[in-house]
Design a protein around this ligand. Structure first.
Ligand SMILES: Oc1ccccc1-c1ccno1
Length: 238
């Protein structure tokens, strides 16, 4: 799987050589290519932005550098524009993107990228406008790194123990249950007895109930998708 990044801050992607993405690259599972948008400017000041038509505060990213950059790297790719006005990035979308061979992460700044760039990108490949969440960042680079990590860890052969992917939060539409490890007693706080019982059926039931309770308490918006609403009436999380 190939990832291309178009950004005015290429140094933002230095962490890709570290940790999980770095190991995936070393395993030959992925390759990362970072492109400086300013390499596609032709004026002395390497200009990438200008004032918005229609007025308003801030600056808009000019179409010409983006058009040239995407023409160079994005043909037949899935082009992901990270933007606060995009579709929510979810575990389901991470899974979907992990099945694509070539992702181009287009990292906007300022008040955004001229909309005609998105239209042009759709003539090159498949366009997705994706938001990390309902908040505002200074640019799309942080979102691009988060999307990269969420996608790369789903690639076959990447996670040493693929079983761990099954029980993660959102893997089954629920939040993850609470986890414990040694010591069994810490500062007078005990590990729930059920987890020490060796009764795997009871442990599984307790974990499911805990995951459902957490989801009801913290993310009720997820419940219709899981069909777990009916089971919540008789939750037994002792
Ligand atoms: O706030 C942003 C600014 C630029 C590019 C992306 C974002 C963003 C915010 C949330 N997800 O993406």
């Amino acid at each position: 799987m190939r990832f291309d990044y178009v950004t005015i801050f290429p140094e933002f992607f230095a962490p890709l050589d570290l940790s999980l993405p770095g190991k995936a690259a070393a395993k030959g599972l992925v390759e990362f290519h970072v492109h400086d948008l300013r390499a596609h400017t032709h004026d002395r000041h390497r200009t990438v932005d200008d004032t918005p038509y229609g007025g308003g505060a801030g600056m808009v990213m000019k179409p010409e550098p983006w058009g040239q950059a995407l023409d160079a790297v994005a043909r037949d790719a899935t082009i992901v524009f990270t933007t606060p006005s995009g579709e929510p990035f979810t575990q389901a979308l991470a899974h979907e993107l992990s099945t694509h061979d070539h992702l181009v992460l287009a990292c906007g700044r300022y008040e955004g990228i001229d909309q005609r760039v998105v239209e042009h990108a759709a003539t090159l490949g498949t366009v997705r406008e994706v938001s990390l969440g309902d908040y505002v960042l200074n640019g799309g680079e942080v979102a691009a790194l988060a999307i990269t990590e969420a996608v790369v860890r789903l690639l076959p052969g990447f996670m040493g123990n693929a079983d761990s992917l099954v029980e993660e939060s959102h893997a089954d539409g629920l939040l993850e249950y609470p986890v414990y490890t040694k010591p069994a007693s810490w500062q007078g706080r005990e590990v729930p007895e059920v987890l020490l019982s060796g009764d795997h059926a009871r442990i599984a039931a307790w974990r499911r109930a805990q995951a459902e309770r957490r989801t009801v308490e913290r993310r009720p918006d997820l419940l219709p998708a899981t069909g777990a609403v009916g089971a919540l009436a008789d939750l037994d999380v002792r």
